[in-house]
Design a protein around this ligand. Structure first.
Ligand code: PGA
Length: 256
């Protein structure tokens, strides 16, 4: 791997109330050796647990992410949370364009684009998710879909520093299903995304951008996946809800 510092991010989805949040974070901190030293560790709790998580991670290397963001800063947008609000509560990162949001909540490439723009504007690091469905893979459309998501998601945007931008390749058919992309399939998709990013934002930027793999990552497959040349870490759903598994992925996947 190049000098890209690996990232392991836990996407908690709609799991963990405040008590569960406290317990899980304490377990991660107590059992994680040299946490954050050679690998960035991020957790993205549900909004109601972020304040509690922010308190628990004080003086630890764990960073906080939101699972979603709205593109306006404030106003009559019932149910939404803005970039300044995420910043204020202690988030440094925000997951944008997760396939569950695209699938169940009407997220489109256009709204993803506005959200990434807002994250950049407010100094939040977007974790920009892309991935093909099973049908799209089976009908040979994987690369077309990835390219379209990438180009539309980043339309008219630019990030100055590659450390402030993260992408995630998450094949929809591998999320929460127990099926993972093979390391070769994942590597192929990551290399493709990096090449396409280079066409947009230049070779140097693309070479320094972390691209995470997501989809049924477990301690047992983390090494093979994250060990691939263009895979710079993982976006972990189910296995991030258990401290031992989450730490196991960090250890196996990044060697620390
Ligand atoms: P999973 O989820 O690890 O449970 O497959 C990954 C994700 O959706 O980010």
């Amino acid at each position: 791997m190049s000098e890209r510092k690996p990232i392991v991010a836990g996407n908690w989805k709609m799991h963990n109330d405040r008590n569960e949040t406290r317990t899980l974070i304490r377990q991660i901190i107590q059992n994680g050796k040299n946490l954050g030293q050679n690998c960035e560790v991020i957790i993205a709790p549900p909004f109601t647990s972020i304040a509690c998580a922010a308190k628990e991670i004080e003086n630890s290397a764990i960073k906080l992410g939101g699972q979603n963001i709205f593109w306006e800063d404030k106003g009559a947008f019932t149910g939404e949370i803005s970039g300044p609000m995420l910043k204020e509560i202690g988030c440094t990162h925000v997951i944008i364009g997760h396939s569950e949001r695209r699938q169940y909540f009407g997220e489109t490439d256009e709204t993803v684009n506005k959200k990434i723009g807002s994250a950049i504007k407010h100094g939040l690091i977007p974790i920009f998710c892309m991935g093909e469905t099973l049908i799209e893979r089976e009908t040979g459309q994987t690369f077309e879909v990835l390219k379209s998501q990438l180009v539309k998601g980043l339309k008219s945007l630019k990030v100055q520093n590659p450390v402030d931008f993260v992408m995630a390749y998450e094949p929809v058919w591998a999320i929460g299903t127990g099926k993972t992309a093979s390391p070769e399939q994942a590597q192929e998709a990551h290399a493709f995304l990096r090449r396409e990013l280079a066409l947009l934002w230049g070779d140097k930027f693309a070479a320094e951008t972390r691209i995470l793999y997501g989809g049924s990552v477990k301690p047992g497959n983390a090494k093979d996946l994250i060990g691939q040349t263009d895979i710079d870490g993982g976006l972990i759903g189910g296995a991030s809800l258990n401290a031992e598994d989450f730490l196991g992925i960090i250890e196996q996947g990044t060697g620390f």
